[in-house]
Design a protein around this ligand. Structure first.
Ligand SMILES: [Zn+2]
Length: 198
């Protein structure tokens, strides 16, 4: 992919003291990391970040918005791929925070049709079945996973407003798949691998 990495600010030093100079560099670097965490782009197994639980988003910083934008850009850049993304979670972009982006309508793959939700919680799961599923972070493999055919997801958008979505079939599957990601659960653990060629 062609993701542009942000340029870090260069420290302006006002001292010749090597210790102060080192500290100034360190402070500058930490500040830059907090303000502009560099996303590594899409990560895949066996990256251990994918197996970690993600933390709640307590404050929507510019870094959180930037990460969401990168995830959305990725969705749109790859919308015509043979295996196109329909949703992405933050851990798949190397950040263990509870943030998910997904298409509200899979027939309308445009920026305005992508929803962003933080701290999502699943409810009203019903009508379970076993269904084939794939994951961007496990390329080239498919798994049979037990999913509810109906699910509701509640959380907040990036402006802090409450959001709730109800989904059937693939939408419900997406909600469950992404919340699993936030809990560090991948389909290679929760499902059964589909034999190649099936
Ligand atoms: Zn996935």
């Amino acid at each position: 992919m062609t993701q542009k990495k942000p340029t870090k600010k260069v420290a302006v030093l006002t001292t010749e003291d090597p210790i102060k100079e080192t500290l100034a560099h360190a402070v500058e670097r930490v500040t830059a990391d907090l303000e502009h965490p560099e996303s590594s782009g899409l990560i895949t197994v066996p990256n251990p970040i994918l197996r970690k639980k993600s933390t709640l988003v307590t404050k929507v910083t510019p870094a959180v918005r930037k990460l969401a934008d990168e995830m959305i850009d990725y969705m749109l850049e790859h919308k015509n791929d043979p295996v196109a993304p329909v949703s992405i979670s933050a851990p798949q972009f190397g950040k263990n925070i509870q943030l998910v982006v997904f298409y509200r309508n899979y027939m309308f793959k445009e920026r305005s049709g992508i929803e962003t939700i933080i701290n999502p919680v699943l409810s009203k799961l019903r009508k379970y079945h076993i269904i084939r599923e794939t994951c961007l972070s496990i390329p080239g493999r498919a798994f049979y996973v037990r999913r509810a055919r109906y699910a509701k997801i509640t959380g907040q958008n990036l402006d802090g407003n409450s959001r709730a979505y109800k989904g059937n079939e693939i939408e419900a599957q997406v909600f469950q798949h992404e919340v699993d990601h936030l809990n560090g659960i991948l389909i290679d653990e929760s499902g059964e691998m589909v034999p190649r060629g099936v």
